[in-house]
Design a protein around this ligand. Sequence first.
Ligand code: NAP
Length: 502
Amino acid sequence: MDTQTSEQSVIEGVKKQLYINGEWRDAAGGGTLAVEDPSTGETLCEVADAQPEDALAALDAASKAQVEWAKHPPRQRGEILRSAFEMITEQMDELATLMTLEMGKPVADSKAEITYASEFFRWYSEQAVRINGTYAVSPDGAQRIMTMKQPVGPCLMITPWNFPMAMGTRKIGPAIAAGCTMVMKPAKQTPLSMLKLAEILEEAGLPAGVLNVVVSSSSSDVISPIINDPRLRKLTFTGSTPVGRQLMEQASEQVLRVSMELGGNAPFIVFDDADLDDVVAAAMVAKMRNMGEACTAANRFHVASSVADQFAEKLAEQMGSMKVARGTEEGAQVGPLIDEDQLGKVEELVGDAREKGAKVLVGAQKVDGQGYFYQPTVLNDVPKEADLRYEEIFGPVAPIFSFDSEDEAVAAANDTEYGLVAYVFTSNLNRALRVIERLEVGMVGLNQGMVSNAAAPFGGVKQSGFGREGGAEGIEEYLETKYVAVNLPAEAPEFTGGTSVQ
Ligand code: NAP
């Protein structure tokens, strides 16, 4: 099979309808939307374009399935996740090609995402049987305090295009483990990976109605009726801060449980005692994973002034040698950006930094021809006033700023409304802990350029959101605590016979 045929067969192998109540069906009215290949700008295929009535049918299914699903034995819920984990691993090659075609990232990056995504199923298959309540004696001894954990109920999940599978499994995994049902709405630009995942979960034995998937070209129209429906109990959103803000407002109507994984503006801080070669290797991961289209991407490099130029040169050398190509091409390291708008935004931010005095060490241009490719770029001596210091770049651009003291580094790092992640590089442990304690973020990479791990709590503070995904914390987002005040008389009734057993 040549590459083109195998790409075509991967696309053909996906069901392109809505998945509601265990059935694959067309959208009301039969409309479809086009999914584009960002490396060519051409249409890959059409998928069903949900209308508000489809979304309500999905919520209906989730709501009807909730009671039975909550009773499903935890072990069985865990085993469904475990089977899905294994099926994802077996289908890795096809899934990676599919993801690359719709999202653009190189196949190696897609495989890394799929591994990460599947780990949430493995992790939560193990957590499903560890949902525990508590039992305690009240301080006055007159009562017992009992707590039980119960599923929150039907959840609405909204995910972005940049990690088409992992942003979904981070929510679906714990929700299945906890006994919640759900309506999932992936981004319209990358719905295929999620539709394939629904197929896998169906095959793994997930009962009808537990997971429902709706794809739509008009998100707000299909989401509004569900958010306003009292049967929905939780909203979990991953995406940009402005949309998150808007959804929180809508969610207040029904006082929904809410989790928000929003935008980032990660500082990457390098002290002069760090090993520069190790730092550059970590910088490549923190900056270039997903072409910089990650909420955790290093958005700005703050480097001790004594080593800033040396760091900049080393980074520029590596960035300049990366292969920019269609993600399915052999050896591709940098794929296209997601669309014309994103490409335009990156061009604008780089243009603004240059106008204000930043020095281009490498890149700083889009690639001519088909698709939305942008060259890996390093900008040195970037002035404080540059817009990219404050805005999410979401592209392969590394701006370097310098600092002269620890206080200056911390102040620069915290000078943002975001607070998702920061990276710190130093060989001095005291300094590392001192700095980390002062950083206003939910996560820190200490001497490493990546924090994502299914077994760890992922999430931000400030306008990067609230709630945690992954780790032991992740399942709590899908559980309610019910407290029972138990009246236990202090005195035992008088003993009237029998033999005591010692
Ligand atoms: P986005 O524009 O906020 O969209 C995210 C999701 O929300 C998509 O499914 C989108 O649907 C939907 N949406 C947009 N407007 C909506 C509305 N009015 N009502 C209901 N749904 C709506 O974000 P994006 O451009 O896809 O993703 C990039 C952003 O996500 C970045 O800011 C990045 O930092 C953030 N992100 C955060 C994390 C994290 O864990 N903190 C992880 C990944 C990404 P359609 O696209 O189909 O319209």
